[in-house]
Structure formats: C-alpha cells, structure tokens
Design a protein around this ligand. Sequence first.
Ligand SMILES: Nc1ncnc2c1ncn2[C@@H]1O[C@H](COP(=O)(O)OP(=O)(O)O)[C@@H](O)[C@H]1O
Ligand SMILES: [Mg+2]
Length: 421
Amino acid sequence: MNNDINGPRQTRSLVGQIPEPDELYGREDFIDHLWRLIDGNNVLLLAPRRFGKSGVMRHVLLRPRAGFLPLSFELEDVDSPEEFVWRITRELLRHDTFKVLLRGAKRLPKAFGEWVKANFDEAEFEGAKIKFKENIKEDWREAAKRMLGELEKADKTIIFLFDEFPAMLDRLIEKQGEAVARDFLAWFRSVRLEQKDVLRRHRFIVAGSVGIDQILRKLGAADKLVDFARLTVEPLDEPTARRLASDLARSHSINCDDAILGRLFELIGAPVPYFIHIFISQIGQLPLAQRKDLTVADLERVYRERVLGPTCRHYFTHYSSRLQRYGKTGEKAALAVLRAVASQGRISRPALFDIYRKVRGRAAGDRAFDELMADLEYEWYLRLDSDTNEFYFRLRVMQDWWRRWYPAASAKGNTPQAQKP
Ligand SMILES: Nc1ncnc2c1ncn2[C@@H]1O[C@H](COP(=O)(O)OP(=O)(O)O)[C@@H](O)[C@H]1O
Ligand SMILES: [Mg+2]
C-alpha cells in the first residue's frame, strides 16, 4: 500500500506505534475481506499483541467505504459502564450530524436528554464528564441503548471501532467486579441485536490483544459474542515481508542481499512485521560503514546482542507480563511451562503437564492445563505438533528471548518445591 508510481518513499521505522494507512504492508486483501464481512456481520479482530490489529482499524477509520461512518474508541483504560457510555457520547457530540440528532431526540431518558441539551458545547470539559456520569449512573443501560437507537436514523451506517476491548473487560472485572462485567456484556449484546440473531444497523469491530475467550470463560459469558465473525490478523506473506524488510533497510542505508534477508527471517521465525521493524531498526544503529557492507555475521551479532539483549527487552516484556492475568500460581505455572519449552525446544504434552502440576500442586486438573495451553497457542507462544504431541515455540525470536531472560531453573533447583526440606 505504500508504493506510489514514483517508487517507494522512505519507510518509517515503527516499533510499536500504530501504522498509518500508507504504512501498512500487505493488508489489502485482509481489509477488502473485512469490508465484505462488515456488510452483514460484526467483527472480532483477533491476534496477539503487536501483530497489526490497530493498524487495520486505523485504515478502516481513515479510509471508510461509501455509506459507512467509522468512529474509533481506545478502551484500554475504561473502568466502568458509565465511563464507556461517556466516551461514546463525547465522540458522538464531536460530529455535527449526531449533535443535531441527539438534541432533537425525543426518546432519550430525561436526565440524559437534559444533560445533552445543557452541555451541548462543553462536552470536552472535565466538569461535563463528572456531571454526565452522575446523571446516568442509574439508567446508563436504557440511556445508551436509546441513544444508539436514535443514531440509526443517521444516513450512514456507523462502525464502532472498539480497540483493546478485552483489556477493558479486565479492568471492569478488577474495579467493579465480575457481575458488572457480565451485565455490561449482556447489555452490549442487546444493543447489537434487535431480536435474537437479527443484527441492528450499526456495526462493531472489536479488537484486543489478550485472549478474549479466556475472559468470557471466566465470566461464564462464552455466548455473549457469538454474533461476531472472527477474523485473525496473521503474519505477512513472504514476498510482502521481503518488501517491508528491503524498504526499511533502504531507508536505514543498509545494504543487504537475499541471503542476509533470508537469515533475518530465519532468526525471527515467521514474518511478523513488528519483529522485522525492531530487527532492522537495531541494524540501523550500526556505524554506516558496517551497514553499507553488512555480513551475515554482523546480522547474527545484532540479533544476539541487541534484539535479544537489554536494548530491546522492553519490546517483548508484554509477552511475559500478560501472564499475570492467570493469577499468582497460574502465572508461575505458565512461566515454568514457557521456560521449559524455551530451553528444551520441544516437550511432550504429558511432560509439560508434570511441570505444570509441580507448580500448581497435585490437585491441578488437566482441564485448567488444557485451557492454559490453548491460550498459549492462541497467543502465538507455542504450537502443538500433533504428530508427536510435542509443544514448541512458534517464533524462534520468542524462544530465544525466553531462553535469554527466563532461563530454565538451575539444576541445583531454586523452585519453591525444591527448597522444601
Ligand atoms: N501491515 C503492517 N505493515 C508494517 N508494519 C506493521 C504492520 N502491522 C503492524 N506493523 C508493525 O507492528 C507494530 C504494531 O502494530 P499494531 O497495529 O499497533 O498492532 P496491534 O494493534 O495488534 O498491537 C507497528 O508498530 C509496526 O511495527
Ligand atoms: Mg493495538
């Protein structure tokens, strides 16, 4: 998407920022497909963190197809249903058409309608927000439902882009308790569906980096998002990844041939654009003379010392810190599993179950283990080789990173069990 007729422009180095539509490599078909789906479905964008969900959503936001009006919401720090409704209302009031619609709306609950009329122009102010949340505390469900109902009168179909939705659910659970999160999900389902299985007019594209299924399971709400079509953001295909890598290399004045690029992809393990960006930006920090004449040995050294080293550690830490979501012993067990696979390369399922049980205690059942392993597979840490029944790391760079920063417990044994007399 980034090549114009005059050839490629400078390719900006992105190590975590959301790519602009121009900067997306190789998502044309994916985005076409997404637009086809959105015609008749709500969509759940699934992928581990940093695989490219937000970039795709930004493309939808900034390049809408005819008849649609996308609105974007970053939900990570939303901690109550009132805050959620506030975010939506504030965004709507930024658009003149919706302002007019909402001001004229007859069916809004009284407190809410009055607020909209009185605070029409001060929606940006912190005071407006507090007043708003107080006003709708009791009847946010009805107020927000009717507001969304009013919007169906708009001449375009609104697409609500909800980024980091699972993080919001996590926060709701943490701050308000599971009942509130469950209630919110039930409400959310009721605004999407007119009657059972009949979609209303708006569309929702929901994305998140943490396993949404795990959260739904915990809430006993596995059925609450069944009307969503699931779409996975995959790594790039090989030619596109090569194009990205060589464009990036060019903008960093790095000379590298096919052999070097081949080795780079081997070291990463699968063409996830984030890791390509990180790797090349690290090579870009070598002295110019070395960049101009890059060798495979240079590349391997950058990989070992920089990509896996302290310089880049923070680019990966979310892959370990997200394990906290399993609770204290759950996290320990997940760490033990990942450490073991990282150091041994491949471990059979039964052997891993033993490692898991050592940490979780004898009572640990295989159901919890299976769920953990399913999450670790879904989140792109591990993969099961169904021929040999062995787990291994899906990305080489991840395995090397875990081995480097989470080495297997030493032979002397410093695990809690080993310390017991
Ligand atoms: N299509 C793409 N082309 C080039 N780089 C990408 C692409 N998608 C993602 N990236 C890289 O991945 C990083 C994270 O992308 P983002 O869309 O924010 O992922 P997510 O929302 O899944 O965490 C970006 O900073 C960029 O380095
Ligand atoms: Mg994102």
